[in-house]
Design a protein around this ligand. Structure first.
Ligand SMILES: *[C@@H]1O[C@H](CO)[C@@H](O)[C@H](O)[C@H]1NC(C)=O
Ligand SMILES: *[C@@H]1O[C@H](CO)[C@@H](O)[C@H](O)[C@H]1NC(C)=O
Ligand SMILES: *[C@@H]1O[C@H](CO)[C@@H](O)[C@H](O)[C@H]1NC(C)=O
Ligand SMILES: *[C@@H]1O[C@H](CO)[C@@H](O)[C@H](O)[C@H]1NC(C)=O
Length: 305
């Protein structure tokens, strides 16, 4: 009886050793780090890894993660995989402490092919500073109906309270149907689709965001940065099954077609399809072995009573 339990335990142990060998054989070669930021699907640092919509987007330089789009380079402060968002910092962006003029800021504009994959969140405000009266912002909006508005409780009126304005000063906005546009104009990204300081004829900008339940009053407490929501556009139908079968998600050299990397082989679907065709022999051997163990276990348990 005691020996039976022993052999049972022994067989169970053997099984426990074999199972991880079958399922966990592939290592995710695409996952990496930059400083203390984890780079994982859909992002990657290596070409061919991650989702094609995010190719050639992130670069790691001296442990600093950089995000590169057509409007310029930004430092990545955070990637929030649970909320599918990332936070970017532009060194030429104004904050509550300093107003940066001279049109040096990046603003935010992505290549048209990339725009379905990422956009600033609707709770992100872009405050355009010192825009010319000729700015496209103020055209086609007769009278006072400017596109400028409060975004998630963040307004230029609040922003004027920042110490940064003590140095620059600002004109009284919209007084007496004034011909001068406001010194600061707050817009959500959706309103203009591209924050291009050159095109909008603005001197500078700032960007701040509010994370839903958190309501901070006062511009001194706002989170300055660009909060971008990313999405793989339903193509997770590909990566989910790939990773579930032990694969790593990537894409082909065309930069379009998704590929499931299964160790030394690539699959156009998931790793089960590769295993069933190329490693049928290994599989059936392992399965036979496992079957043998299970059969023996059942036999022994039955005999113990
Ligand atoms: C990463 O390091 C920076 C300082 O280098 C720190 O401010 C930040 O909170 C760290 N982030 C995480 C997720 O640990
Ligand atoms: C599999 O795909 C990746 C990503 O495109 C590529 O780097 C790798 O060389 C491919 N491997 C094989 C065996 O084709
Ligand atoms: C910004 O606008 C200028 C002028 O219209 C244009 O030349 C430039 O390519 C635009 N930049 C981006 C990133 O779209
Ligand atoms: C924005 O909100 C402030 C209060 O925070 C209010 O005084 C102001 O009138 C609002 N502006 C617009 C354009 O709604």
């Amino acid at each position: 009886m005691a020996t039976h339990i022993f052999t049972t335990l022994h067989h169970l142990l053997s099984l426990a050793l074999i199972i991880p060998l079958i399922s966990g054989a592939t290592v995710n070669t695409c996952r990496s780090y930059c400083g203390n930021i984890t780079i994982d699907y859909p992002f990657a640092l290596q070409y061919g890894c991650g989702h094609p919509g995010f190719r050639e987007l992130l670069f790691c330089m001296n442990d600093v993660l950089m995000f590169h789009i057509s409007s310029g380079s930004y430092r990545v402060l955070e990637i929030d995989y649970a909320y599918q968002a990332l936070t970017l910092h532009d060194p030429h962006m104004s904050t509550c402490d300093a107003i940066v003029l001279g049109g040096k800021g990046n603003g935010f504009a992505v290549e048209p092919w990339r725009s379905p994959y990422m956009n600033p969140i609707s709770d992100n405000v872009f405050m355009l500073i010192g825009c010319s009266a000729r700015s496209p912002l103020f055209q086609g909006f007769p009278g006072k109906h400017l596109p400028c508005r409060n975004v998630s409780g963040m307004s230029c009126e609040d922003y004027y309270g920042c110490p940064a304005w003590d140095l620059v000063g600002h004109r009284a906005a919209g007084s007496m149907y004034g011909s001068n546009p406001p010194e600061c104009c707050a817009v959500p990204f959706e309103a203009i689709k591209a924050i291009n300081l050159t095109k909008l004829e603005c001197e500078g900008y700032t960007s701040a965001y509010s994370l839903a339940p958190l309501k901070v009053d006062g511009p001194g407490g706002w989170s300055y940065g660009i909060r971008v929501k990313y999405s793989v556009q339903g193509n997770d139908d590909f990566c989910g099954p790939c990773e579930a079968t032990g694969g790593t998600c990537g894409f082909g050299t065309d930069g379009i077609r998704q590929v499931c990397m299964c160790g030394s082989l690539n699959s156009t679907s998931n790793c089960d399809s590769v295993k069933s065709s190329s490693s049928r022999r290994t599989w059936s051997m392992v399965e036979a072995l496992a079957g043998l163990f299970m059969g023996k276990l059942v036999w022994m348990t039955a005999n113990q009573n």
